[in-house]
Design a protein. Structure first.
Length: 739
C-alpha cells in the first residue's frame, strides 16, 4: 500500500510539474527530418521567444534548412522563419573557431576550417534556449529575448587563438550588400538581402554584437583577402572576426536586431538584456513560453500526444514576428520609418497557409496580439499600395496565390479580436477585390482579376499559374469580405461579394463532378484525370474540389448528394496523397486542411471522427520525422492543435468551429480573459461522439459558434467505443440560396 501511495504521489507530482512547466512538453526537433510523406516540416531548433524577431539557430553547410540527419553547421545566425517551403533570412551567422582565419570564407564551398561537426547527444533544444558542443570541443549556449539574445561560448584548453567569425557574406538566399564596423568589444553592421523563393523582395537588417571580454585582435575580410588591421568593411562578401587570448576560455556575447537602424538594434539590446546573465534570459524566455503555452492546458492522454500537441502549439506561436523596435519604430512598406503607438507591428505572413486555421487560433487565445497583427496588415496596405500576400520583412514576395489577407482579417475579427481599424481594413479588402491595378509593391494583389471580374473565372491561357486554384482562392477571399462587410453593417457590399463567391459553379464540371480548369476558349482542359495538376497550384482536382468550405451544402449536392459525397470522400481518404501525386487527401498542403470535417455536412459525422484521428495517429509524432510536410509558419501545427481539441474553424471568415472527438480527456482554454473547459471523458480511447453539450444543454448540430464559446464555461463530449450513425444537423453553409 505504501509503495502504491508513493507511486501515486510521484505520478501526481510529475503531472503537476508538466502542467506548470508546459515548455517541458515541447520538442523543437519535430519537423526537422524528412517524414514518411517524403517532405520535411522545415522547422528548426534554435532559441526564440513567442513571435520573436530574433531566432538564433544553427545553419546547415548546404541547403536552406536545418536537417536532423546533417550534423555539420557553418554557423549560428540570428534570423529565421520556421517551416516555410523556401529558405530566407539566416543573416549574421556567428561561428566560434580555434584559429584566426587565414583567408576569406568561400561562399560556394564549406571547408572544414569554416564549419563544425556535432552530435545530437551534445545538443539541447528548448523553448527560448539552444546549446551544442561541437566536435572541436567548443560549447555554445544561446538564449533569446524578442529582439536580442545572449550567448556563452566555452573554448577547450590548448588552442592558439579563440576566434568569433562574423561571416556576413552568407545567408539562406544571397547577400546583396553588407557593412561591418568593429569598435573594441562592440560590432555593428547590416545585411541587405531578399530573394525569398527566388522572388523580388528585399530587406535590410541591422545588428549589434557585444562581447563582455576584450578581444586581443580583430579584422575584416572581403572576397579577396583578410584585412587583419581593418575595423570596417562593406560589400556583399564582407565579414569580420574577433580573436581572443587563449586564456579567455569563456566568451560572453550579446546580440541585438532591428530593421530600422544600428542605433535601434543597440537600443533593443540595451533595453532587453542590460546585464550578462544567460541563465536570467533563459529563465525569462522559458517563463514567456510557459505563459504563451498556458493558454491551453491539457490533462490526461499519453506523453507522446502531449509532446506532439504542445510542440504544435509552440510552432503556432512563432509567427508572424514582431517587426517594431522597443521604441515602436519600424520600417514601412513605403521604405519610411514609422512608429507603432500602443501596439506592436508584425511582419512575415505565410498568407496562403495561415488564413485557414492559424490566425483563428491566435485570435481565440491572444486577441490583443491578433488585433495588432490585423492592424499591421491594414497599415502595410496603406503604405505599400495593397494588402500583402506573402510579405517578408517590409516587402512583398507574392509567393503562392490568392488574396489571403482578406481571410486573415475577416477571421481575426470573426473570432473576437477587433482592436484594429476595421473600416480601413474593409476599404483595403474591397479595393484589392475590385481594382485590377492594385499592387502591393511590385506585385498585383489579385493577378488575373480583370478576367475574373469579366468571366467569373480565370482561364489557363491568361498566363496565371494554376488558374483554377487562383479562381477558387479569389472566391474564398470574396466570401470572407462578404462576412466581414456584413459584420460591419455594410449589407450591400456583403451581398455583392457573397454573390461573387458563388462563381465556383463556372469551373464545376457537371459531367465529372469535379472543379476543372478552363482554357482560353472557355472549354474545360481535355484529358481530365482527378489527380492531374493542370490548372492547380500544389494540388489537383481531387483536392481542390473540396476547397469550398463556406458552401458545402451546395457542393455536396453538386457532386451527387450525401451518399455520393461520402463514397467519394471514402475513396479520397483511402490513401494519403504526396507531392508525387494521387487523388487523395494531402494534409501536408493547406487546401486539404478542412477536408476531414466535410463528413459533418454530408450526414456521416462518425467518419470525420475516424479520419481526423487516423491522420493524427499516422502522420504526426514526437520525432524529428513526425510532421508530414512544411509547417508554413505554424499553419500545419495549428491544424494539429485544433484537431486534438476536437474543434476546427472550417469556414474562414466565420466565427464558428465544427467538431470531432478530442484526444485529451480535458483541456482548459484561456480565450483572452475567458476560460473554457473542454471535457471528454474516455478520450482518446473512446473515439465516437454520442452527444455534445454546452453548459449542460444538448447541442443538436456539429457546429459551435464563437459567440457561444466565448460566453459558456464548459463543452462536454460524451464519447463511446461504438459508432453512432446519427447524422445530426449539418453545420451552416453560405451562398445565394444556401444560407
Amino acid at each position: 500500500m505504501k509503495n502504491r501511495l508513493t507511486l501515486f504521489l510521484l505520478l501526481f507530482c510529475s503531472v503537476a510539474a508538466a502542467q506548470s512547466d508546459l515548455a517541458s512538453n515541447v520538442d523543437p526537433w519535430i519537423g526537422t527530418q524528412t517524414s514518411s510523406q517524403h517532405d520535411t516540416g522545415n522547422t528548426l531548433p534554435g532559441a526564440t521567444r513567442p513571435f520573436g524577431m530574433l531566432y538564433w539557430s544553427p545553419d546547415p553547410v548546404s541547403g536552406q534548412f536545418y536537417r536532423y540527419d546533417q550534423t555539420t553547421t557553418r554557423g549560428f545566425s540570428l534570423t529565421h522563419l520556421s517551416g516555410p517551403g523556401c529558405g530566407v533570412y539566416g543573416d549574421v551567422p556567428l561561428m566560434p573557431m580555434l584559429d584566426v582565419p587565414r583567408e576569406p570564407p568561400p561562399v560556394r564551398s564549406h571547408p572544414a576550417a569554416y564549419s563544425a561537426k556535432f552530435r545530437h547527444e551534445d545538443e539541447v533544444a528548448q523553448p527560448g534556449y539552444y546549446s551544442v558542443k561541437l566536435d572541436s570541443g567548443i560549447e555554445i549556449q544561446l538564449a533569446a529575448d524578442v529582439h536580442s539574445g545572449i550567448a556563452e561560448i566555452r573554448f577547450p584548453a590548448g588552442a592558439d587563438a579563440h576566434t568569433l567569425l562574423i561571416d556576413l557574406s552568407r545567408n539562406l538566399t544571397h547577400v546583396n550588400d553588407a557593412q561591418i564596423a568593429i569598435e573594441g568589444r562592440r560590432v555593428t553592421g547590416s545585411v541587405t538581402s531578399g530573394g525569398f523563393c527566388s522572388l523580388e523582395n528585399h530587406y535590410r537588417v541591422y545588428f549589434v554584437i557585444e562581447a563582455e571580454e576584450a578581444p586581443r585582435s580583430a579584422g575584416t575580410f572581403d572576397e579577396m583577402r583578410i584585412h587583419p588591421s581593418a575595423r570596417s568593411a562593406s560589400g556583399p562578401r564582407t565579414g569580420g572576426y574577433l580573436a581572443f587570448d587563449p586564456g579567455t576560455r569563456v566568451l560572453h556575447l550579446k546580440v541585438g536586431l532591428s530593421f530600422v537602424s544600428a542605433a535601434n538594434a543597440e537600443a533593443n539590446l540595451d533595453s532587453e538584456i542590460p546585464g550578462w546573465s544567460l541563465d536570467k534570459v533563459r529563465n525569462e524566455a522559458r517563463a514567456a513560453w510557459n505563459e504563451a503555452l498556458g493558454h491551453i492546458v491539457v490533462s490526461g492522454g499519453t506523453e507522446p500526444r502531449r509532446k506532439t500537441f504542445y510542440t504544435a502549439l509552440y510552432h503556432s506561436l512563432l509567427h508572424p514576428t514582431v517587426f517594431s523596435d522597443v521604441n515602436g519604430e519600424y520600417l514601412g512598406f513605403d521604405g519610411q520609418v514609422h512608429a507603432a503607438h500602443d501596439r506592436k507591428h508584425y511582419a512575415n505572413f505565410s498568407g496562403w497557409d495561415i488564413y485557414r486555421s492559424q490566425v483563428q487560433l491566435l485570435a481565440m487565445l491572444m486577441p490583443d496580439v491578433a488585433s495588432d497583427i490585423a492592424q499591421s496588415l491594414v497599415t502595410d496596405a496603406d503604405q505599400g499600395g495593397g494588402l500583402p500576400i506573402w510579405p517578408v520583412a517590409n516587402d512583398e514576395s507574392s509567393c503562392m496565390v490568392g488574396d489571403p489577407s482578406d481571410g486573415i482579417l475577416a477571421s481575426i475579427y470573426a473570432f473576437g479580436a477587433r482592436n484594429f481599424d476595421t473600416k480601413a481594413a474593409l476599404r483595403a479588402m474591397m479595393r484589392g477585390a475590385d481594382d485590377p491595378n492594385i499592387h502591393i509593391r511590385l506585385y498585383p494583389e489579385r493577378p488575373g482579376l480583370a478576367e475574373y471580374l469579366a468571366r467569373g473565372y480565370i482561364d489557363e491561357g491568361a498566363g496565371i499559374n494554376g488558374s483554377a486554384s487562383v479562381t477558387l482562392e479569389d472566391e474564398n477571399a470574396d466570401f470572407t469580405i462578404a462576412q466581414f462587410a456584413a459584420s460591419l453593417g455594410e449589407t450591400a457590399a456583403a451581398q455583392k461579394y457573397l454573390a461573387r463567391s458563388d462563381k465556383w459553379r463556372k469551373l464545376f464540371d457537371p459531367e465529372t463532378k469535379y472543379i476543372r480548369a478552363r482554357g482560353a476558349n472557355g472549354e474545360f482542359l481535355p484529358d481530365f484525370k482527378a489527380d492531374k495538376i493542370d490548372g492547380f497550384v500544389e494540388g489537383n482536382a481531387a483536392q481542390y474540389t473540396w476547397m469550398l468550405s463556406y458552401n458545402l451544402k451546395d457542393l455536396i449536392a453538386a457532386v451527387g448528394g450525401p451518399e455520393a459525397a461520402r463514397k467519394r470522400l471514402d475513396d479520397y481518404f483511402s490513401h494519403y496523397g504526396t507531392w508525387y501525386g494521387g487523388p487523395y487527401f494531402f494534409i501536408a498542403n493547406e487546401p486539404s486542411f478542412g477536408n476531414p470535417w466535410i463528413y459533418n455536412w454530408s450526414g456521416h459525422p462518425w467518419r470525420t471522427q475516424e479520419v481526423v484521428r487516423k491522420t493524427l495517429d499516422d502522420l504526426f509524432a514526437p520525432t524529428p520525422d513526425g510532421e508530414p510536410g512544411n509547417d508554413d509558419l505554424g499553419a500545419t501545427s495549428s491544424w494539429v492543435v485544433f484537431a486534438s481539441l476536437g474543434l476546427y474553424p472550417e469556414i474562414p471568415g466565420v466565427g464558428g468551429l465544427t467538431v470531432n472527438s478530442p484526444v485529451f480527456p480535458q483541456a482548459e482554454l484561456k480565450l483572452g480573459t475567458h476560460r473554457l473547459l473542454i471535457h471528454a471523458p474516455g478520450a482518446p480511447d473512446k473515439l465516437y461522439i454520442k452527444s455534445l453539450t454546452v453548459d449542460g444543454k444538448r447541442v443538436q448540430d456539429w457546429w459551435l459558434t464563437w459567440d457561444m464559446l466565448r460566453r459558456v464555461n464548459e463543452v462536454t463530449f460524451a464519447l463511446s467505443d461504438d459508432v453512432d450513425r446519427n447524422p445530426g444537423t449539418a453545420p451552416p453553409s453560405y451562398g445565394p440560396g444556401s444560407q
